[in-house]
Design a protein around this ligand. Structure first.
Ligand SMILES: C[S@@+](CC[C@H](N)C(=O)[O-])C[C@H]1O[C@@H](n2cnc3c(N)ncnc32)[C@H](O)[C@@H]1O
Length: 368
């Protein structure tokens, strides 16, 4: 069915209603084949939207593995860094899934990958062959028992349950991997508890499409923590540093909301910025200081944030559309919106409800 699947994807490259297409396919194929083709087509659309694979056209997907899979720009960066940190060492990947990482690792080295689930392993084999990497050794079973001869490990553990907060909620369990005593790279959730990591490892928080997608742990390391942000065509990187001093927020200044990876890694970019509240990651700078690490807002006014005042402010600025943002402020933006007058001619504006110098404030601003 591979040729048929390829043609179907070429003929239907973008999401569309499946009903009519399903009927057409059922006329030409058995209902089992038609269902498989349709599912593969839908997952292809998802893969493209998620940037899950560099070249998804001929790949086979399994729904859960696709959702868990790495986005290819992130997988590529990790594979390149693995090659740089551990040149020439024999790599074992434990838990290849359907190949989000394996396909990028394969561009940099020969290695072995182990996937315990049969369907995923079959798809992984297919995807590697289709990608031109048929020489990668794919095995089944428990990868933890197949580490003999490996010199470096890579794993992207799956969550066993919705919590996924403890190491034993993950498969494979990171602690079991570290206990193998080999250099290793692990892709973990950015919500991890840093205090649970082995001492001295390096940690990267990585953003993609505005979301902090993952934390990459390198063992051994030197305790460095970095943020990576996938820009237009290159990676930005910054290292953890001490929080900058506190300072004022005044009309005319720019308020900066950092990218989520920058917040987790505490890189405090832009460097010239100061904090506006000791409990928040928001920064302020003089006007004109743009940074790729932040969304910036030009501050027009700072005022009390009681309901009466918010109504007065919206009447004054007449924002339409009105964007309501909050940081460290207990409010439901959509509920609040219903209570504010609808703007008409004031153009786009932002009501930023946050804390400034320990006080709840309404910061009226425009996106830069
Ligand atoms: C999050 S997925 C990997 C996704 C993959 N990195 C990608 O980007 O497509 C984790 C995979 O590890 C497999 N796995 C978990 N524990 C394993 C073990 N001990 N040995 C082999 N595979 C394992 C699971 O079946 C699952 O497919």
């Amino acid at each position: 069915m591979d040729a048929e699947l390829r043609q179907l994807r070429l003929d239907h490259p973008h999401p569309e209603p499946l009903m009519a297409l399903g009927q057409q396919l059922r006329r030409r194929y058995s209902s089992e084949q038609a269902i498989w083709l349709l599912q593969q087509l839908e997952m292809y659309w998802d893969a493209q939207r998620l940037q899950a694979f560099r070249q998804p056209l001929e790949l086979h997907f399994e729904a859960q593995a696709l959702q868990m899979g790495s986005r290819w720009p992130l997988a590529e960066r990790r594979a390149l860094e693995l090659a740089q940190r551990y040149p020439g060492l024999w790599l074992l990947e434990i838990g290849g899934g359907i190949g989000g990482d394996s396909l990028e690792l394969a561009r940099t080295r020969a290695f072995r990958t182990v996937e315990q689930e049969d369907l995923r392993r079959r798809y992984l084999e297919h995807n590697l062959k289709t990608g031109g990497f048929g020489e990668v050794e794919v095995r089944g079973g428990d990868g933890l028992t197949q580490a003999k001869g490996a010199q470096v490990l890579y794993a992207d553990p799956a969550r066993r349950n919705a919590k996924g907060r403890q190491w034993h909620d993950l498969a494979p369990n990171p602690a079991d991997l570290w206990n193998l005593g080999l250099p290793c790279c692990l892709k973990l959730s950015p919500g991890l508890d840093e205090s649970q990591l082995p001492p001295g490892c390096d940690l990267d928080y990585v953003s993609h499409q505005g979301v902090c997608k993952e934390a990459t742990v390198w063992m051994p390391g030197s305790g460095q923590v970095r943020a990576f942000l996938h820009g237009q065509d290159a990676w930005l990187v910054a290292e953890r540093r001490q929080p900058p001093p506190l300072g004022p927020l005044e009309p005319g200044m720019w308020l900066h909301e950092p990218d989520p990876a920058a917040i987790r890694a505490q890189v405090w970019e832009p460097r010239q910025g100061w904090r506006v509240d000791e409990r928040l990651a928001l920064l302020a700078t003089p006007a004109g200081l743009a940074s790729q690490w932040t969304q910036a807002f030009e501050v027009l006014e700072i005022a009390d944030a009681d309901r009466k005042n918010l109504i007065r402010l919206q009447k004054k600025y007449d924002f339409q559309p009105l964007e309501i943002k909050k940081r460290g402020f207990d409010v439901e933006p959509e509920e609040l919106r219903k209570k504010l007058p609808r703007g008409r001619g004031g153009g786009a504006g932002v009501l930023y409800l946050t804390r400034v110098g320990g006080r709840h404030r309404a910061v009226i601003c425009r996106r830069v």
